[in-house]
Design a protein around this ligand. Sequence first.
Ligand code: HEM
Length: 252
Amino acid sequence: MDESTPRYRRPAFAGLVGVSQVLGLASVVLTGVWMGRYRGGFAWDGSAQQFNLHPLCMVLGLVFLQGDAMLVYRVFRNEAKRSVKLLHGVIHLLALIISIVGFVAVFDFHKAAGIPDMYSLHSWCGLATLVLFCLQWVMGLVFFLFPVASSWLRAAYLPLHVFCGLVLLVMAVGTSLLGITEKLLFSIMSTYSQFVPEGVLANVLGVLLLSFGVVLGYLLTRDEYRRPPNPEEESLSVHFKTLTEGGLPATP
Ligand code: HEM
């Protein structure tokens, strides 16, 4: 390793991964407590209890699981790339299924209650997030899991895929914050300013979601936590360089 390269600090990394998991799990639990304890629990019958599944599924699927799907590349940085790719794809699939259940729950509830669809900033950002998430999943599948694209196309698409993953996480956290505020205004508008327990709990949930996003963003963007290049990856990048810049692969 080059002397100037920052060293991989395992205790700091493990600590930050642990913190991210505590923040993510606490967000899911708090969403469940909010909807279960303060909003009447869960059901699938077009009632307000069906709406309650929406925040729970979105926080679990689009925030926590989506974040963890990205984190596997850092946590299993020394495992075989094929297995890590598979795990990344499977967790994303789970996130996608749970998010779709959350979407159906709220649209179904709106239909049953005669509430118009897609009128709020939250719903616009939410729909954009889910559509992009589906697109990202399909593209990832086509490019990386069952690679039908040529190796230089894959190498060209990879930075865009990584960037879009981070954007999606930011969008999911931002959309959740908008949803939390909107729900509080619908449910406890007259008492929100008096620091009632439900309001405080929901605000804490927002802070946890934001912190989860920040810790994950840090872990995913630090160079020292990236996967070390392996011969297969190196030969791919040399191949790509040769094709794009017309250079010759360096000989030992
Ligand atoms: C990434 C996470 C989320 C996404 C993608 C998302 C997406 C959406 C979408 C597309 C709608 C519109 C449904 C319709 O028009 O029929 C909606 C509604 C709603 N969501 Fe979310 N949501 C998310 C998280 C949350 C969270 C955490 C809450 C907190 C309680 C929440 C609260 C609401 C509320 C109150 C509505 C009904 C009012 C409205 O249409 O804006 N959402 N959500």
